[in-house]
Design a protein around this ligand. Structure first.
Ligand code: GLN
Length: 484
């Protein structure tokens, strides 16, 4: 059963060949079996899952079920879930039980989905390898000596190993797309404002965006249908009607104008990955797409700009964790200052402290103009590059990540090499655009992702392009050995 996509599982439920309760038990059993090895879950919620499954079965019998009713889902542990621990993979929130649901969780609950548990991640979503978790690293099911990518590595790993059919993720600088690429699954980062951030613990608020992670573009479309939409509790959520993202999947891509940015195929890219992406592009050409070479001249500035803006916003967002109102509090504080210092000192991990320091520095008087303001100006240039490109082409294609999954520990002592993992993803967040990563082949047995970037609110077109590619390829159908 676990080899099925969400779409196939949904058909089994609707035709009553299988109940949600049976399906949920199968996935829970797989999660319990493989999690001790992969460490992709921080918590499982079997009782709640079975309750939700029984309720879903009732809905199916009453004839008022939708395509997601009864389907198991895993939430990244950054989404608040009423009554379940929401740790953000931090000691700071190890004891935090949210008193409410994030809007995304609420919407998927309303659709009748079944929450299996909460997935592991980099602490407060800061990282590209999932090694920055208070609960330990997540392993890549394609090779357990390697990282699954981050920060939504737990969600990506759980889908790749078929411990869950679909999952939620969040993407501030690549955290949906890069782990999707490294684990061989499909992940979509929507346009900034398309999906509510309410109840999604903030990392860098002007960049954070939640989105679907799945085996296929079709499954991602179904999930996005339910996740997207206006929410008055998030002031940056856009009040625009939500497309039916499945409606255009079958459209022909004859005449689709694809841009290949010269800057995405430079020296940083593993040449084997470059070859696979070119093969994938040829396949799209055979379906009628037209290829243009384009320029995104400020690409080299995206990592430096991102690593100023993101830490600045993180230092501000994380100031609320002070040991007073919620989260970790140190033992026997001497006075208020000791309470703040030790609670934060003991509650946050090393990477967070680096970023809080950098963020505080670039925002401080005297340095603000030199760093933060400059980064904001670069951000505008990056956005303008994309807008220039979208005058000529409809989508932009390139690799998602410059390398395949790297070894655990390989980049932990070298933050710059770790940050460079995000070289093709961060500019999309700086510009607020949507982008999807789809499996495009293997190099030495490890999955490679192709990234398709679109203009604002072009999620339908991205999903259509990805779906058409997946009709011609079966990379998304390949399972890591030992999990089939
Ligand atoms: N790897 C990037 C970072 O560490 C992006 C993380 C994310 O998208 N949440 O900030």
């Amino acid at each position: 059963m676990h080899q099925h996509t969400l779409t196939e599982l949904s058909q089994l439920l609707q035709s009553k060949q299988l109940s949600s309760e049976e399906m949920t038990k199968t996935y829970l059993a797989r999660a319990e079996k493989f999690n001790p090895l992969l460490n992709c879950y921080i918590s499982l919620s079997p009782e709640r899952a079975l309750q939700q499954a029984r309720a879903a079965d009732k809905r199916i019998h009453q004839g008022n079920a939708g395509p997601l009713t009864g389907i198991p889902v895993t939430h990244k542990d950054i989404y608040c879930t009423d009554g379940l621990k929401t740790s953000c993979a931090s000691k700071m929130l190890d004891n935090f039980i949210a008193p409410y649901n994030a809007t995304v969780v609420e919407k998927l609950n309303d659709a009748g989905m079944v929450t299996l548990g909460k997935s592991n991640m980099d602490e407060f979503a800061m990282g590209s390898s999932n090694e920055n978790s208070y609960y330990g690293a997540v392993l890549n099911p394609w090779d357990t000596a390697r990282v699954p990518g981050g920060s939504s590595g737990g969600s990506a790993c759980a889908i790749a190993a078929r411990l869950t059919p679909v999952a939620t993720g969040t993407d501030t600088g690549g955290s949906i797309r890069q782990p999707a690429a490294l684990c061989g699954i499909t992940g979509l980062k929507p346009t900034y404002g398309r999906v509510s951030r309410y109840g999604m613990i903030a990392y860098a608020s002007s960049l954070d965006q939640g989105g679907p992670m799945a085996q296929t573009a079709e499954d991602a479309a179904l999930l996005l249908n339910a996740m997207a939409g206006f929410d008055k509790r998030d002031s940056t959520c856009v009040e625009l009607p939500v497309d039916d993202y499945t409606a255009s999947l079958n459209n022909s891509i004859q005449g689709l104008k694809i841009g290949l940015p010269k800057q995405y195929f430079g020296d940083a890219l593993d040449s084997n990955i470059g070859d696979l992406i070119h093969t994938a592009i040829k396949q799209l050409q055979q379906s009628g797409a037209i290829i243009h070479e384009i320029e995104l001249p400020n690409t080299h500035l995206s990592i430096p700009a991102y690593y100023v803006v993101a830490p600045a916003e993180c230092s501000s967002n994380l100031s609320r964790f002070d040991g007073v109102r919620f989260g970790y509090r140190c033992e026997d504080p001497k006075d208020l200052s000791d309470l703040y210092c030790r609670s934060r000192g003991e509650g946050f991990g090393k990477e967070l402290k680096n970023r809080i320091m950098i963020g505080t520095y670039v925002l401080s008087a005297g340095y603000y103009d030199a760093y933060y303001l400059k980064a904001q100006k670069i951000r505008r240039l990056i956005r303008d590059d994309f807008q220039q490109a979208f005058k000529e082409v409809e989508v932009i294609i390139g690799p998602t990540s410059p390398t395949t999954a790297f070894k655990l520990g390989e980049r932990t002592d070298d933050p710059v090499s770790m940050y460079l993992s995000d070289i093709y993803t961060v500019s999309v967040n700086l510009a607020g655009l949507p982008a999807i990563s789809v499996p495009a082949g293997f190099v030495a047995g490890l999955p490679v992702g192709m990234q398709i970037i679109g203009n604002y609110f072009s999620e339908s077109r991205l999903l259509n392009t990805a779906y058409q590619f997946q009709q011609k390829t079966d990379w998304h159908r390949t399972l890591p050995e030992g999990y089939n």
